[in-house]
Design a binder for this molecule. Structure first.
Ligand SMILES: [Zn+2]
Length: 255
């Protein structure tokens, strides 16, 4: 998409926005070559999540789970941030007073694109922690030292990826911070997420209740599409750079 014009009311909301939340999901990383977890062609269609991404799976077959995450870590490390990640990072300069990216992704691509204010609701694949004492280490170093099975900690525990597995709760502090941000924002941008997973999807409801201007970028409609002030039915990497440009113009009408 070359250019995008915001309608009058949305442009006005963007112009006056002071607190901005970007909520991102797997669709943002799809154009970096990383599979999405839900939707057509998703990773979960080929792998059974209950066999790999649960505490039970790790207890039953730690080596299998470790190798799968080592593969996913390599994928994430070799992937490059795409125009969607870069556009989100640029929004931090468009809205300098307050902007936070709340992401469901664990791939670290937002950081690599330059986003600084980031809440990782589902943890990160870039770190591992000991399931007994909580000690953390860099995932790449952990894999390099022990590619076939999870390293054993000096306490006798096992290192596992620092991601949230099915059946586990989201990190409390991070979730509280994300809820606080959504409840007090005046512009909420939902990008590349099917918005079906709670409690993460509840953030949209919080922003809606706060009266925020809601913008959705997702090829398929979501349960919240009807609430949106603006909905762009396209892949994030195609449309976000143009949206960031349009937002920038709204903020600085003279340029
Ligand atoms: Zn330990």
């Amino acid at each position: 998409m070359d250019s995008l014009e915001l309608s009058g009311p949305v442009r006005e909301r963007v112009r006056s926005a002071r607190r901005v939340v970007v909520f991102s999901g797997a669709g943002v990383s799809r154009e970096s070559g990383l599979d999405t977890f839900r939707g057509a062609g998703g990773l979960w269609e080929r792998m059974r999540p209950e066999e790999l991404a649960t505490p039970e799976a790790f207890r039953a077959d730690p080596a299998k789970v470790w190798r799968w995450y080592a593969w996913r870590w390599r994928q994430a490390s070799e992937a490059l941030p795409n125009p969607a990640h870069h556009a989100v990072a640029r929004l931090e300069t468009v809205f300098p007073s307050y902007m936070v990216v709340v992401t469901q992704n664990v791939d670290g691509l937002h950081q690599r694109a330059g986003s600084r204010h980031l809440l990782e609701l589902h943890g990160t694949i870039l770190r591992a922690f000991c399931n007994r004492c909580g000690r953390t280490q860099d995932m790449g170093e952990a894999i390099a030292g022990s590619p076939e099975e999870p390293p054993v900690c000096s306490c006798g525990g096992r290192f596992r990826p620092a991601v949230v597995w099915f059946g586990e709760s989201l990190p409390e502090d991070t979730l509280a911070e994300a809820c606080e941000a959504a409840s007090s924002c005046d512009l909420f941008l939902s990008v590349g997420t099917s918005s079906t997973v709670y409690p993460a999807a509840g953030l949209i409801e919080l922003a809606h209740r706060a009266g925020a201007c809601l913008i959705e970028v997702n090829p398929e409609p979501t349960p919240f599409s009807g609430l949106m002030d603006l909905r762009l039915a396209a892949p994030a990497g195609e449309v976000l750079p143009a949206l960031a440009d349009a937002m920038e113009r709204s903020r600085c009408p003279s340029t």
